[in-house]
Ligand binder design. Structure first.
Ligand SMILES: NC(=O)C1=CN([C@@H]2O[C@H](COP(=O)(O)OP(=O)(O)OC[C@H]3O[C@@H](n4cnc5c(N)ncnc54)[C@H](O)[C@@H]3O)[C@@H](O)[C@H]2O)[C@@H](O)CC1
Ligand SMILES: [K+]
Length: 489
């Protein structure tokens, strides 16, 4: 067996990237707030910080629009009284509708400081602008039917709606609606993102998201919202192998493998080759190398090339015996491996090969493929991130769980949520492009988690650049322009 020498890295390497802002569970948020109180800040002072931050944002967006603030019994309602007083002092015509008397000391104090009018919730008239401070992270059950009905009417009839911290009715950790879904124009998250802001089905009902800083320390958070990666251009010492050699295995449908290869080129790989049986497909462009093989033994031999940075198996692979043989060979090769599409359906037969494999394996399932892989794994998980984490841990692989809310999870517990994917991505072949894009990034710097995050970002950015109704090839062709937006200056 040929000795494996890692290819030299670093041309399109990672720069010091923005880690993205933190995503916290309610329990983590409570602990983070407690840490602030432990420094001597009072609950009242933190509520003022939160309410005035949110008030400032509403003032910037809504100006003097007459405003109805809906206040619940807890500290979310307390925020509402702070916001109402802030806007009133700016000269905005503000009414507060209270669901009940405040039940916490901080909310009672905020209520006492509000100098405007407070009316009963069940008697209030619709307004041009509505601010929802009924419930935040303390919501434990669905809203009472009559309350929800009136609430939905007030939000629906307003020209502009804001939800403070969370839309009332949304479960923060599970990211589900406890009542019927309700759409807001703006959601102002306090201190950190919660899962409901970024995971479907709640995320896309949140409209424009803003994060109001209140001074919570989120440094140690394991889960983050995706942020624009920072990518370094090739330097003077760069050459094609240093940029990264990507090998894509070709199965029954070479078109999909070709798309992945195009995408790898567009995302910065220095050298891309297809490895397949017999003659190359007629549509093979001149700038993609075809490495002809003759049976599984010769594929294994081709994959011994120590210059290979990443192998891709799955796009257009098929699910027959030949496909199984290719997957088995790929799993046995010494390089980082991306397992995508058809190969994900075949993978449960090879879980044992994942354990102890020297080089990392990256899985890219959409929902159907995820179900095939996960089975009962993570059945009790609270949300999509926890499900992805459970699979990553169980199989000791990196997982990119696709969807409008794409989740990336590492076996060490790190996770990233790439929310609100551009909806025109829902077209055939975009998965092949994502796999190729990820392969290029991984071949360039050998960091699987970063490669997945960068690929998710570049894929979405390229789609927005390509505009509506693009083809998968047009998406791959837009990748260089997406890459340009991430280059370190
Ligand atoms: N902890 C803090 O010091 C801070 C909290 N802040 C705000 O406080 C919120 C959390 O406050 P709370 O923990 O008081 O929670 P909420 O204000 O979300 O509401 C909790 C109250 O509502 C009741 N409740 C829950 N679900 C209900 C339902 N479906 N129908 C009727 N009543 C229901 C609970 O029994 C409790 O009395 C955050 O979302 C944020 O807006 C901010 O002011 C920043 C500081
Ligand atoms: K709210």
């Amino acid at each position: 067996m040929t000795a494996i020498v890692s290819p030299p890295r670093s041309s399109l390497a990672l720069a010091v990237a923005d880690r993205g802002s933190a995503v916290l569970t309610v329990a983590e948020m409570v602990a983070a707030e407690q840490a602030i109180f432990d420094t001597g800040v009072s609950v009242d002072a933190l509520m003022r910080r939160a309410g005035e931050g949110a008030g400032q944002m509403i003032w910037r967006i809504g100006g003097t629009t007459p405003t109805l603030v809906l206040c619940g019994p807890g500290n979310n309602g307390g925020d509402g009284y702070v916001i109402a007083e802030f806007l009133r002092a700016k000269g905005v015509r503000v009414t507060v509708a209270a669901l009940s008397e405040p039940r916490t000391d901080a909310a009672r104090n905020a209520r006492a400081r509000f100098c405007g009018e407070v009316v009963r919730f069940d008697e209030v008239e619709p307004a041009t602008q509505v601010v929802d401070c009924l419930f935040g992270s303390g919501l434990t059950r669905p809203l009472d039917g009559a309350v929800w009905h009136r609430f939905a009417e007030l939000v629906g009839q307003a020209r502009r709606s804001f939800a403070i911290d969370l839309p009332s009715g949304a479960d923060a950790d599970r990211a589900v609606w406890l009542n019927e879904p309700l759409r807001f124009d703006h959601v102002l998250a306090l201190g950190a993102w919660k899962y409901a802001h970024l995971l479907e089905p709640v995320a896309s009902d949140c409209g424009a998201l803003s994060l109001i800083e209140i001074g919570v320390d989120t440094e140690a958070a394991r889960v983050r919202r995706i942020a624009r990666p920072s990518i370094v251009a090739p330097d003077a010492r760069s050459h094609k192998y240093r940029r990264g050699l990507v090998a894509v295995l070709v199965g029954a449908m070479p078109g999909a493998a070709l798309l992945a290869a195009h995408a790898a080129q567009g995302a910065g790989a220095g050298y891309v080759k297809l490895i397949g049986e017999g003659d190359p497909p007629p549509q093979l462009p001149a700038d993609i190398v075809w490495q002809r093989t003759d049976g599984a033994g010769s594929v294994a031999e081709a994959l011994q090339d120590s210059r290979i940075g990443t192998v891709v198996v799955g796009p257009g692979l098929g699910r027959d015996d030949q496909a199984r043989a290719l997957l088995e060979t790929a799993l046995g090769c010494p390089h980082p491996l991306i397992v995508d599409a058809d190969a994900l359906h075949l993978l449960p037969g090879y879980f044992a090969s994942l354990k102890g494999r020297g080089a990392p394996v990256l899985l890219t399932p959409h929902q159907g493929e995820f179900d095939v892989l996960a089975g009962e794994t993570g059945a009790d998980a609270i949300n999509k991130v926890a499900r992805a984490e459970a699979l990553a841990r169980t199989l000791d692989t990196f997982v990119l769980y696709k969807g409008a809310d794409t989740v990336i999870a590492a076996p060490d517990g790190r996770a990233v949520i790439a929310d609100r994917r551009y909806s025109w991505l829902s077209v055939a072949g975009t998965g092949d492009v994502l796999a190729g894009c990820m392969a290029a990034r991984l071949a360039g710097h050998a960091q699987p988690f970063d490669a997945m995050t960068e690929a998710a970002w570049l894929h979405d950015r390229a789609a927005r650049i390509a505009g509506p109704a693009f083809s998968a090839l047009q998406l791959a062709n837009a990748l260089p322009r997406a890459l340009e937006t991430c280059l370190e200056r």
